[in-house]
Write a protein that binds this ligand. Sequence first.
Ligand code: NOJ
Length: 591
Amino acid sequence: MHWTRTIPFSALSLSLGAGALFAASLTAHAQAASTPSARQASTETSGNEWWRHAVIYEIYPRSFQDSNGDGIGDLKGVTERLDYLKNLGIDAIWLTPIYPSPGVDYGYDISNYTAIDPTYGTMDDFNNLVAEAKKRGIRILMDYVINHTSDQNPWFIESRSSRTNPKRDWYIWRDGKGETATSKGQPPNNWQSWFGGSAWQWDEKTRQYYYHYFYVQQPDLNWRNPEVHKAMDGVLDLWMQRGVAGFRIDAVSRLFEDPNLHDDPYLPGRNAYGDRNIQHKYTDDLPEVHDVLKEVRAVVDRYPGDPVLVTEADEPNVQALTKMYGNGDEVQLPMDFQIADVNELSAPRFRELFNQIESNTAHGQPEFFFSNHDQRRQWDRYGDGKHNDEIAKLMAVLELATRGTPQMYYGEELGMRTTDPARIEDVHDPIGRRGWPKDKGRDGERTPMQWNGQPDAGFTQAGVKPWLPIPPSAATYNVATESKDPDSIYNAYKRLLSLRKTNPALRDGVQTTIDNNDPDIFAFLRRDGDATVLVALNMSAKQRTVAFDLSKYGVSGTRLTPLYASPSQAGMQPAGHVDLAPFAALVAQVE
Ligand code: NOJ
């Protein structure tokens, strides 16, 4: 599945007085923030915009490390691997949902926001993970699934129990079209679920439809109801008080829908599920989303340590992405799906998009990633089938040497590849069954972490069947094997992560794109005071010799000392004559 929206952004102007809701929730949270644990935490020193210099590492807990031999990863497993992460050089972990869930959408259907799913462990395991991570200087970010709950959440069970239940309006219920006493009629309009089919589900008991942007088992919360704000803000408080450093907010652009239920316009063609393509014009990116983001920000800002908000919002252009920063009062790190989804090794395309986000009008900090649990892994997506390892290293430089906050996905540092199920019977992710074989779902990017070359990859105990199979490539692409090979993808990541921390220009320096017309080479400078680093990426299969004239950019140095190069290069070379092998990546100090 391509987790990419190709539909143009369309904002609607609706105003529904979210300011009042915001004020109400602030009062509630002023109280929460003065609880003893919050007061105690507030004596800690401020985080000092730590997220500007951090590298975030996404862990899909189900697939990272199984500590109890049930074939499913868990929190104790993550804790056991903290030393690995520390040694790799990351600063924060984003944990995808670990709350109780029936697991239809593997945790993104939450039945209780305030507990830990027993599959992953206990609250004590969670507290221990936070404490052990803190000892190693690693922060924990939680997933805040804000658009919808599970249909097994007690809130929804109450809501669906009768039309007069106090929680009825916590979700979005509407009458069908042409309904009679004996027929359910038609859904209220043509809105479609992202996962296929109508976005409306008939509920026989109270004879109305409820709205679900995602699976039928994921009813959307009604963010126009102040009670929903109160309850969800309480969730933020709970986890902040447990010591988390912030949240990645799920599916944020889907929070509001047109109250007048206008039909969405159709687009040509059909999707992998057989539905007509549609523009989610009346269900995506409504302006009220920003009121909620401001509210979330205000709640977390009552806690010390400079909490961070990351948003999943696959915005269609940089203008829409920029809105996520607000006036510095919304999110600090909106994930840049534009760059993640370039999907081809194209110097002009990357140059254009990196330049655009660098000059975003909010002066916001970019957030870069190339893989995650919804996205096919970058090793295959950018690999050409022949030079995938070289390209994986080049992509690591693109992610880690650009100015912004990088977000890695577990195993990308090994060159883990997407391994789709071979048969429909083996598919776990429901969209993979619905879309088979065009869309095989997301199992392929969620296979277990490859710790060693054993049959279980060191993920679980010998003889235990992991919840998803270990890909054959794990025999050679694994931590144990790659850590011994100086030229491995893993060691490239380690070197780059360490350089980012130690080289001031790479850590803080401004970014200037150079040689803007080269069709193959994406090159840029990172400058901090007098220190300049040149980064040159050959995104082609051609051997290239490039003459960089750095004086045009006010740089007096003319010689380059490699700080990192793949393939490896030793010794200085003149900036006026730089040899770059196919898919070479060079990071060099300019002297
Ligand atoms: C985005 C999550 O990343 C994805 O895994 C999930 O299926 C949807 N949101 C729905 O929660």
